[in-house]
Design a protein around this ligand. Structure first.
Ligand code: DGL
Length: 275
């Protein structure tokens, strides 16, 4: 993010609503807060119904609409779908039914992957819901004709991250096994298509090797939202955050508090959502 962009948005006009299936969306919150520390966010993590990865598109669309409505009721005037599983299945539905802008993690990562891929051989890792939606194989060739997309679902990585096994020997072995089929197809770019994978970036990079460029959607969506806010609200900068951030979860346990701390890199006040 070029210097000088920060602090130019009138924060009093904006409240970014972010939702995820649980705590993974804090990777997106972290990126947003690092670029836009003054813009208030309201977060909803559906910890009561997580994981979304093994669920069907129909139920994910229902959950996504409910989550977005919760955020709107709490003042959001922009929605960011941080969850790849929900974004893959429910973006169209959200855009058709909501009158406020909807951002999501898939499109910005498609754009970035198409831009950086040297030979148009792009690998996708994500949950089963994301991979089965085929959203990446559909969108990537539209943007970069001739590009080839290779996918591998990696369902074990979500619980591994939530256990905090970010660098263990077992994690390295599992990541290696999941990346093998993609490396066999000679991908040159790999999209981390799940909220949790940025926490495994070091191991993924190590196992992918130097020749594969890693695309982190949490970063891409944060930059996309920033560019939009700068276009829409840049004329009247106040430089002040006028509302505090709020972080809601549909279920709250002591372990959740710990996981959030590892995702966000700091402790925040979590609220139990009344849903
Ligand atoms: N947030 C989900 C995603 O990005 C991962 C966790 C889950 O399966 O709910 O797809």
């Amino acid at each position: 993010m070029p210097k000088g962009r920060k602090g130019k948005i009138d924060s009093s006009c904006v409240k970014i609503g972010i939702f995820d299936s649980g705590v993974g969306g804090f990777t997106v919150v972290r990126q947003l807060l690092s670029i836009l520390p003054d813009v208030p966010v309201v977060y909803f993590g559906d910890t009561a119904r997580t994981p979304y990865g093994p669920k069907s598109p129909g139920i994910l669309r229902t959950y996504a609409m409910e989550n977005a409505r919760f955020l709107i009721e709490h003042g959001a005037n922009i929605i960011v779908v941080a969850c790849h599983s929900a974004a893959s299945c429910a973006t169209e539905e959200l855009r058709e039914n909501l009158t406020i802008p909807v951002f999501e993690v898939v499109t910005p990562s498609v754009e970035k992957a198409c831009r950086v891929s040297r030979r148009g051989r792009i690998g996708i890792i994500g949950t089963r819901a994301t991979v089965s939606s085929n959203v990446y194989p559909r969108l990537i060739p539209e943007r970069r004709p001739g590009a080839k997309v290779f996918q591998n679902p990696c369902p074990l990585l979500v619980p591994i991250v939530e256990e905090g096994w970010l660098r263990s020997r077992e994690t390295r072995m599992i990541v290696k096994k999941y990346l093998r089929p993609l490396k066999d197809r000679q991908i040159d770019t790999l999209v981390l298509g799940c909220t949790h994978y940025p926490l495994l970036k070091k191991v993924i990079k190590e196992k992918a090797g130097k020749r594969i460029t890693i695309v982190d959607p949490s970063r891409e969506v944060a930059e996309k939202v920033t560019a939009f806010l700068l276009r829409r609200y840049k004329t009247a900068p106040s430089g002040k955050k006028v509302q505090k951030n709020r972080f809601f979860l549909s279920d709250l346990t002591p372990h959740t508090v710990e996981i959030v701390r590892s995702f966000l890199g700091k402790k925040v006040e979590l609220e139990k959502a009344c849903v």
